[in-house]
Design a protein around this ligand. Structure first.
Ligand SMILES: Nc1nc2[nH]cnc2c(=O)[nH]1
Ligand SMILES: [Zn+2]
Length: 478
């Protein structure tokens, strides 16, 4: 039996309290009497008790540790080229469009709404080099109630003529951006829990940043105690170019280290083709790797050996890497991380002499779920605040309804227990199963009618006409 309380106005430490923190958890509540007793114990003014039906369950919200909000319009297109050509032909021309704030105003709301709807309660975003559009993205993420790390991208060399900054301007506008984002929540007292949006220093990658720029960004990150994100060892052509640009340095990871960009708050996307020396350095600096399997497959960058990263004790989270990755959904990233880990195993010599049993070294369902939640929280240094449902953490959660309208899951009562239903949701489910999405205890998205806009309601009405519409979503009177 599952229930949870949300308080709209209580300052008391109960249920999910006013600051969005989890105040209590009760296990094994099997009957109505005990349930009602608990509810009365934790009573608080204007409480909202949300009762989950038979097969509904809660899980921690998804954390996308690497996505390019600006590339969303290209998602699902342009998979015919490898990284550097792909950047030049498709990606840089699109990103250039954000020099116009009104372009950003058209795209970014769609991005944030859709990420929330697919269960991404926290996203680590790349915007573009443009200050005003990047500020707008930060404002929007906060307004929509998503947790987010927003990066104004830096690039001052090896970039197109119309999509490049001067060194001076890049550093100045980044500092202005950082101050702007830090100020966004200055009026909100810390009794309201953690902040929602953070700035993150974002040198695009070492190909498009001069040494001076990387050094300055490293210092800026230090000055404001900020996280850093970039790309590392994604593609062989990229790695070869790096060794041409930095012949005096032994490898790609050292390039970033040399410029003061590696610390325990650094997130590097991809990390596919790393040498053992680089892995050692990554572990030493305690940086995290954002594993972006959909992108790695889609633009043929390679297959990341996540088991090896985990065995080395390196922090790993999942990223969609829109639009190198075509899907905005972390569920999709989980599925591709699963396939990637099996490809690594099958390509290894061990495949012939190991039976398909429990010691099979591909990623397990608990591990995949961890990467999408707590693993991501560790990467962004919010593991004390989100990532699971320990008491005192903030309630970033998904209310999953396996029986939702048009659900892609088929549940056979006689066969299923909660573990199987959860597994089916992870591998077959989609946003139709996300009845509610909560960030810091506040509902920010969901499939039920109250959270829909007019267009969505209209769409559902039409669906119900086609379908006969007997479910509570298609037909609220049923
Ligand atoms: N996948 C990906 N890799 C990059 N490396 C540098 N920029 C990018 C980007 O936008 N996407
Ligand atoms: Zn990327």
């Amino acid at each position: 039996m599952t229930d949870f309380h949300r308080s709209k106005h209580s300052t008391g430490k109960r249920g999910v309290d006013i600051s969005g923190k989890i105040a209590f958890l009760e296990k094994n509540v099997l009957d109505e009497i005990t349930l009602n007793h608990i509810i009365s114990q934790w009573e608080f003014p204007e409480q909202e008790v949300i009762r989950l039906s038979k097969r509904q369950f809660l899980m921690p919200g998804f954390i996308d540790t690497h996505t390019h909000a600006s590339q969303y319009p290209n998602a699902g297109t342009g998979m015919d080229l490898p990284l550097l050509d792909w950047l030049n032909k498709y990606t840089f021309p699109l990103e250039q469009s954000y020099s116009s704030l009104s372009f950003a105003e058209k795209v970014y709301p769609i991005v944030v709404n859709n990420l929330l709807r697919s269960g991404t309660t926290t996203a680590v975003y790349f915007a573009t080099i443009h200050l005003e559009s990047s500020k707008y993205l930060a404002r929007l993420v906060k307004e929509k109630g998503q947790r987010g790390f927003i990066g104004k991208v830096n690039m001052d060399c090896n970039s197109p003529e119309n999509y490049i900054e001067s060194l001076d301007n890049s550093v100045k506008s980044t500092e202005e951006f950082v101050k702007y984002v830090l100020n966004l929540e200055k009026d909100e007292g810390r009794e309201n829990g953690s902040r929602l949006v953070y700035p993150i220093i974002t040198p695009r990658f070492a190909i498009t940043c001069t040494s001076q720029l990387m050094n300055s960004l490293g210092l800026l990150a230090k000055k404001y105690n900020m996280p850093i994100q970039s790309h590392l060892s994604e593609n062989i052509g990229e790695i070869n170019f790096i060794s041409e640009l930095f012949p005096h340095l032994p490898d790609y990871t050292t390039v970033y280290d040399h410029h003061g960009l590696l610390n325990e708050k650094t997130i590097m996307a991809h990390g596919i083709h790393l040498s053992s020396k680089e892995l050692k350095l990554i572990k030493e600096r305690n940086i995290g790797i954002s594993h972006c399997p959909t992108s790695n497959f889609a633009i043929c960058s390679g297959v990341c050996n996540v088991r090896q990263l985990l065995d080395e004790g390196i922090k790993v989270g999942l990223g969609t890497d829109l639009s190198g990755g075509y899907s905005k959904s972390i569920l999709n990233a989980i599925r591709n991380a699963n396939i990637a880990s099996r490809v690594v195993f099958m390509a290894s010599s061990k495949v012939d002499d190991k039976p398909l049993n429990k010691s099979f070294p591909h990623l397990t369902l608990p591990e995949l779920t961890y990467l999408a939640t707590m693993g991501g929280a560790e990467l962004i240094n919010l593991d004390k605040i989100i990532g699971n449902f320990l008491i005192g953490k903030e309630f970033d959660a998904l209310l999953i309804d396996p029986d939702a309208c048009q659900s892609p899951l088929d549940i056979f009562d006689d066969l299923e227990d909660i573990e199987r239903i959860f597994e089916k949701f992870i591998f077959l489910g989609d946003e139709r199963n996300l009845k509610s999405v909560y960030v810091k205890g506040k509902k920010v998205s969901g499939t039920d009618l109250e959270s829909m806009n007019l267009r969505e309601k209209e769409l559902l009405k039409n669906l119900s006409k086609l379908d006969g519409g007997n479910c509570h979503l298609c037909n609220p009177n049923s």
